[in-house]
Design a protein around this ligand. Sequence first.
Ligand SMILES: [Cu+2]
Length: 185
Amino acid sequence: MSRPTLVPGWVVLVLAVVALVVSTAALTVTLVGRPPTVTPVTMMGGAAPGMMPGGAGGMMGGTGQGSTTEPGAPGFVPGTVASPRVIRVIAGPGYAFSPSTIAVARGETVTFLVTTMGPTVHEFMVGPADAVAADQAGTPEVADIGMMATKSLTYTFEGPGPYAFACHVDDHYEAGMRGAITLVE
Ligand SMILES: [Cu+2]
C-alpha cells in the first residue's frame, strides 16, 4: 500500500515543482511585462506636484481662463470675478503650504483650491497680511479641511496689499504654516 502511494506522491511532488516553476516563469514574464505599466504609475506619482499648473488649467477648462503662466509673464490672463484663475495649494504634510509664495495680479480674482495632505486638519485663510497674521474675525477662510479633502476659496485682490495666507489651527501658524502673496502690477 505504501509503495503505490509513495510513487504517486513523488509524481505529485514533481508536478508541484513543475507547476511552481511554470507559475514562477509566468510571474516573471508578467513582471517583465510590467515595467511599461509601472513606468506611467511612477510618472503619475512624480507628476503630482508638477500637476498643479496643468491640473489647474484642466480644472479651469469650463469656467476659467486656462492661463498657466505667472502674472507678469507674456500670455498671462488674470482671473476675473466671472472667471477666476484657479490656483492649487497643498496644505501639509507638516505645518506648511505648497507653494508658500503665490503671485497674483493686482485686482485679479483667484479661486484657491486647497487640498490637505496628511492626517492633520488644516484651514486656509487669505486676505490683508495684518488681518491674516492676527486671525482677525471676518477674514475669508475655509476651515476643517481634512486629509485629501479639497475646499475652495475665491478672493479678489483689489486692495493695496500686502496680502498673505495662513492656517490658524492650533499652533500651526506659529509652526510656520503661512505664506506670502506677491502682488504683480
Ligand atoms: Cu494647519
